[in-house]
Design a protein. Structure first.
Length: 281
């Protein structure tokens, strides 16, 4: 009797092949779905890190920006006005930092880093912010003012950075200055610091930085933590309509090193509306 083999090996192979192909298609579909999802999820920690560094950059910006402004009030009714930092925003890379400062809540600066097109943001807060600025207009002293008509300008600065041991004190070695005036051009002929002459010469408006040159043996000004410095800037004669007076001091010679700029006339009205100083000029 002839026997028939009911099992067709070729047919079974085709079935296994179809099943294997279906599994491969299914796995491929799953991976094609998961990979973009994973890529999206990876962005969140990256964005978070970027936002953090942008917020930190905001703090560095605030320190340098506030230092360079030498701020007083918009109407010269305040010498130390950090509230102007509040609301400042700058774009950096693929994000933005926004600053917040309000001294009614304490001397606290808040910098928020935000990534463009994302909800990710990070916040960096600095308590006791003002000591990071180091050299500023002294909040407790009189505002910049004119002496002897408009011939001398007086202002006070203080090192507010906490450094009780006096290690690495601030040493000023050179200066530059700009101002706006009408009439006959005048030159700065002398600068005194705490009653000691530190410069003599003929410095013109907007000229290259010059070194302090008095006393000859020690033509520098050392400023320690908390130290108040009374500065007198002499012009050769009265200046007509002198406004927007900016004096910059440097820790290096000829304008090198760290710079500390003081805007003596932030309201551009002539050093507090051309008010005259009291004693000490």
């Amino acid at each position: 009797m002839k026997k028939f083999n009911l099992i067709n090996s070729k047919g079974i192979s085709v079935i296994f092949l179809v099943i294997a192909m279906m599994l491969m298609v299914t796995i491929g579909y799953v991976f094609s779905y998961l990979i973009p999802t994973k890529q999206k999820s990876v962005k969140f920690p990256i964005y978070s890190t970027q936002a953090f560094y942008i917020a930190q950059s905001g703090v560095e910006f605030a320190i340098r920006y506030a230092q360079d402004q030498g701020w007083r009030g918009a109407t010269d009714n305040s010498i130390f006005d950090l509230n102007r930092l509040n609301g400042i925003s700058r774009t950096l890379g693929n994000g933005t930092f926004t600053l917040s400062y309000n001294n009614t809540l304490g001397d606290i600066l808040t910098s928020t880093g935000q990534i463009t097109g994302s909800t990710e943001n990070r916040v960096v807060r600095v308590s006791s912010f003002s000591p990071f600025l180091r050299l500023i207009f002294d909040p407790a002293s009189n505002m910049p003012c004119w002496c002897l008509g408009t011939r001398r300008a007086r202002f006070y600065i203080r090192d507010v950075r906490y450094n009780p041991a006096g290690i690495n004190p601030l040493i000023l070695r050179s200066f530059s200055a700009t101002w706006t005036q009408t009439g006959t051009a005048r030159n700065i002929t002398r600068i005194d610091m705490n009653g000691t002459q530190k410069y003599t010469g003929t410095y013109g408006n907007g000229g290259a930085a010059q070194d302090l040159n008095r006393p000859v043996a020690t033509p520098t000004q050392t400023i320690t933590s908390g130290m108040l410095v009374n500065i007198l800037v002499y012009w050769g004669n009265n200046i007509t309509n002198c406004t927007d007076v900016r004096i910059t001091f440097y820790t290096g010679n000829l304008g090198t090193g760290e710079s500390y700029r003081f805007n003596l006339d932030s309201a551009t009205n002539g050093l507090n509306g051309t008010a005259l100083c009291g004693a000490g000029c």
